[in-house]
Design a protein around this ligand. Structure first.
Ligand SMILES: [Cu+2]
Length: 504
């Protein structure tokens, strides 16, 4: 996508596309067998692999209008504003808005840099979604809005959005819009991964180096196959800065501008994690000995490679580009080119501070350093460490059931488990086999009424030491979601779905 000859590029690729389409059509006809051909005696049947879900490519043309968003610069339940990641929002349609702004960001103490952003922060908020989700994206170019005292540092200009997680025409969806304009487009996520997004407006290098990038996590349709105690997003990027030749100051500190010469030489002034020089040294990421940590690591570049390493542990599982099908084991370092990513998982073996570092030590010395602090907190049972290597509780594909799972984990785990035995209340594995939906619905609506009137409920109360289950004040919608979750649990092999250990 150079600034060169966009129209020539489009025409050539359109012509190529036509020719290629014709070849596909022809070969497709040749391969069709006559329907009446007699079946040949079959060799012993090999297990048939589960069919791959269809790739979904429909995406209506992008819409560009002159109506501008006002209010917050970033919106959407799937957005994560910081390093610590929220669990997946199960809704299958994710409406996301990231507006572009020009603002001063502080990349190291006293280094106020004239940056450009998505969602008014660098890096942009992380989007978390999963395969099959529909992304409805919109963005207003608000680079012309006057941030107090700052608008003079960078004139309003064209910007755009390029999602590596999408499969769409760049000329349509990734086109540049003028200040005051809004672009909207949508697409479906087809592959799991940790994907970069960035501004694609020429000079792309300048737009990325000024801060216009972020990560989109796309989980596999069924969730990740392992379970972890902590999830963090780590984005590595470079900054190329020089003092403002006009010597302007911001809040009493010198202003820094993009250094175009060093940018072209790929000689950064800072190489950092999550936009901050040594940021996670000052604010380490919490963990506890014995815990299992999952880092989503994306190297944005724009021009250098990262050798991501954590001192004191080994990545027992690495999913290159964030796709569990690309699994590697026992890695000390992952090598990430510009816009490459990995999900790395490891144990915290004992109390200590574990240093995240780009093992290209020149980069580390420019600020690509962070800490995972596991000094505080009581050591978890070492014998338990192995269980962390067991498969995760999978996530149900149905969004209602997935919501039921999240709710169950936050509201019911104190008294119930799935497949880990009784606690204050019964183990709920198999509950849809021993009770009807009608019974379960009535129970969840009002356990106290059931305990008065229903013989089975009375028997259960007796079995559980006459401790009545408190009314959970659930809405009908929530009850439906719990039931869908319980049905899904009972349709899966138990070791895939049992609940997290303990009530803590
Ligand atoms: Cu831009």
């Amino acid at each position: 996508m150079s600034a060169g000859h966009p129209s020539g590029f489009t025409m050539r690729s359109a012509a190529l596309g036509l020719a290629f389409g014709a070849v596909l059509l022809l070969s497709g006809c040749g391969r069709d067998k006559p329907a009446a051909e007699p079946a040949t005696p079959a060799a012993p049947a090999a297990p048939v692999p589960a069919p791959e879900p269809r790739i979904e490519l429909s995406s209506p043309p992008a819409k560009v209008t002159n109506e501008r968003h006002t209010g917050p610069y970033a919106e959407g339940a799937a957005l994560n504003m910081g390093t610590e990641l929220k669990p997946l929002d199960p809704s299958p349609v994710k409406t996301i808005r990231l507006d572009t702004t020009h603002k001063i960001i502080e990349i190291a103490p006293g280094v106020k840099f004239s940056g450009w952003t998505f969602g008014d922060q660098v890096p942009a908020p992380t989007i978390r979604a999963r395969v099959g989700d529909r992304i409805r994206f919109s963005m207003t170019n608000r680079s012309d809005e006057v941030a107090p005292g700052l608008h003079f540092t960078a004139a309003p200009m064209m910007h755009s959005m390029d999602f590596h997680a999408a499969m769409v025409s760049p000329q349509d969806k990734y086109r540049s819009i003028a200040p005051g304009q809004t672009i909207e487009f949508e697409f479906t996520l087809n592959y799991p991964g940790v994907f970069m997004f960035h501004c694609g407006t020429p000079m792309i290098l300048e737009h990325i180096a000024s801060g216009m990038y972020g990560a989109m996590i796309v989980e596999p349709r069924e969730g990740y196959p392992t379970k972890v105690d902590r999830e963090y997003m780590i984005i590595q990027s470079e900054f190329y800065v020089k003092p403002d030749p006009q010597k302007r100051r911001i809040d009493g500190q010198p202003l820094y501008l993009l250094d175009g010469d060093n940018l072209k030489k790929a000689a950064p002034s800072y190489t950092v994690f999550n936009g901050q020089h040594n940021g996670m040294v000052k604010k380490p990421l919490p963990a506890k000995p014995g815990e299992r940590v999952r880092l989503f690591v994306l190297n944005v570049g724009p021009s250098r490679t990262s050798s991501f390493h954590v001192v004191g542990t080994i990545f027992d599982r690495v999913w290159m580009d964030g796709n569990p099908k690309n699994e590697l084991h026992g890695m000390q370092t992952v090598l990430l080119g510009s816009s490459s990513s990995a999900i790395v998982e490891f144990m915290i073996p004992e109390a200590g501070q574990y240093i995240m570092v780009d093992h290209h030590f020149a980069n580390a010395s420019q600020g690509a350093l962070g800490l995972i602090d596991a000094t505080a907190g009581k050591e978890t049972n070492k014998n338990d460490i192995e269980h962390h290597n067991m498969p995760a509780t999978a996530t149900p594909p149905d969004p209602a059931a997935a919501q039921g799972k999240l709710d169950f984990e936050s509201k019911c785990l104190a008294c119930h488990s799935i497949g880990r035995g009784r606690k204050l209340g019964p183990d709920l594995a198999g509950v849809t086999r021993r009770r009807t939906d009608v019974w379960l619905t009535r129970w969840l609506q009002s356990p106290e009424k059931m305990l008065e009137s229903d013989a089975e409920a009375k028997a259960l109360l007796k079995e559980f030491n006459n401790i009545p289950m408190p009314n959970q004040s659930l809405t009908d919608k929530e009850i439906t979601q719990y039931l869908k979750y319980f049905h899904w649990v009972d349709s899966q092999p138990l070791e895939m779905v049992h609940s997290a250990e303990g009530s803590h």
